[in-house]
Design a protein around this ligand. Sequence first.
Ligand code: PAF
Length: 282
Amino acid sequence: MQIFDSIKKMQEWSLQARKQGKSIGLVPTMGYLHDGHLSLVQAARRNCDLVVVSIFVNPLQFGQGEDFEDYPRDLSRDTDLLADAGVDAVFAPAAREMYPAGFSSSVEVSGEITRKMCGISRPGHFKGVTTVCTKLFHACMPDKAFFGQKDAQQLLIIKKMVRELNFPLEIIRVPIVREHDGLALSSRNVYLDAGQRQEALALNKALSQAKEQIAGGERDIARLKDRISGIITASPQAEIDYIEIVNGEDLSELEAVDGIVLIAVAVKFGKTRLIDNLLVEV
Ligand code: PAF
């Protein structure tokens, strides 16, 4: 497995691979890998000849007072895991390689899709994500890039950017990976103490019950949101950021549950903000 910290070297490797007719799958990550990331790697291996994983904790997508400094990092553990998973190349640039002094460009998707949900609680976050993904796509030149459904809003925004700006690559959605008890895997789960981790199970429980209610015929969004809220607030440390039930393809508002629907929640337990979601089709 090759490890690159230079954009130029990464591009040379990718150009060479493309000349040889090999397809490249990119898995963009911020490191501190878990089984959710490894499921993205497996999807990339199934779909492409070569797999590149990027590891970069992107300062542009963290707001003031967020956890950029504390974000867990362990590059040598990550590269060991990736070598075992059969990855061909890791792109792990330093911040100064990605954003040299004087860097002042950005790529932004505007409109309703970025203005709601995490776009409200984390201003500037998605602009940071689309800017770094643009740079990662240019550095790694993938045919396909693999993103987790857990970051549902991020996935839809990147898809829109790729479509509207004609990036020559395909975005592939990969399902959420959960612990045995239903907690969605996240690098931020390490921040939770035992009590908070137990309380965080309310997210999956609330989402699953909403799904069952929809399967049983419930179509009223306000009632569904109320029940989700009731389950989550039964956990004393839970502080709800948002509960949304929206169109699962573009996040637009719905009058009632209909079509492909995303049920998404963001909840803080102490200092740790967790997101989770599920897609239903009616
Ligand atoms: O989902 C993430 O880990 C990050 O937002 C991403 C896509 C790697 C961009 O920094």
